[in-house]
Design a protein around this ligand. Structure first.
Ligand code: HPA
Length: 254
């Protein structure tokens, strides 16, 4: 097999079915890659998939690593460094998030315009790996051109999209009403337990990023109800076709 992907996808919540659209597949189980962590969360199998999405050579991560599972930040972000070694230039990510912007509804897609790192440990803490500078710039963590293209695709396809700031927190608890309120006051539109570490490391090593959250529950005062993983999954499954369309089209243009 010969493939030289410049595009990587982390198949987070809402993007699982994109894996079915990859052709000419070559798969490597995480457990067969030296130093690769192995996923533990139910419903996340762990492998790298190389192949084609449309005409594009891509690599996809099926199964990601969360800080709440007990992995170190180095482990959570190790796959991004592997991507860098393989020559990846652009990374596409998805996640599930709780919406705090009062205009959001369950099932909305939110194009991530920026993030707030609320994790208790920084993924670049420690000796700087010379993939990038000691003090990396984060002024455009989510590539503006890709955001514009995604907006165009969404408009053409009649898919409603929101825009907003994602705050990444460690979990594994969902937020108390007061915590949702705090995150809103801090300037975030949605909250989740992933993405920020990988995006920081991608930026450090010069990989540009595009990300979408699917809003699976609401942290809006007056609308807060009990949240379960099953409901989060259900809302994400319903939004999946729209998320997949935007990502597929964008990857083919990018
Ligand atoms: N909070 C944190 N993570 C999440 C949420 C939430 O409300 N929904 C989905 N992932």
């Amino acid at each position: 097999m010969h493939t030289q992907p410049e595009t990587a996808i982390i198949l987070g919540t809402g993007l699982g079915s994109l894996a079915n659209e990859i052709t000419d597949k070559y798969e490597i189980m995480y457990q067969d890659i030296p130093n690769f962590p192995v996923s533990t969360v139910e419903g996340h199998s762990g492998k790298l998939i190389f192949g084609k999405l449309g005409n594009k050579d891509i690599m996809a991560m099926q199964g990601r690593f969360h800080f709440y599972e007990g992995y170190s930040m180095k482990e959570v972000t190790f796959p991004v460094r592997v991507m860098r070694e393989l020559g990846i230039k652009t990374l596409f990510v998805s996640n599930a998030a709780g919406g705090m912007n009062p205009e959001f509804e369950i099932g909305d897609l939110m194009i991530i315009t920026d993030h707030i790192n609320f994790f208790p440990e920084h993924p670049l803490r420690g000796k700087n790996i010379e993939y990038g500078p000691r003090f990396p710039d984060m002024s455009e963590a989510y590539n503006h051109t890709l955001i514009q293209k995604a907006d165009q695709i969404a408009a053409e396809k009649g898919i409603k999209v929101q825009h907003g700031v994602y705050i990444g927190t460690q979990g594994p608890t969902y937020e108390t009403p007061s915590e949702y309120k705090m995150f809103r006051i801090l300037g975030a539109d949605a909250v989740g337990m992933s993405t920020v570490p990988e995006v920081i490391v991608a930026n450090h090593c010069g990989i540009q990023v595009f990300g979408i959250s699917v809003i699976t529950d609401l942290g809006v005062e007056g609308k807060i109800v009990e949240v379960t993983h099953e409901e989060v999954q259900k809302a994400a499954d319903e939004a999946q076709p729209y998320m997949t369309t935007i990502m597929r089209e964008l990857i083919n243009q990018a």
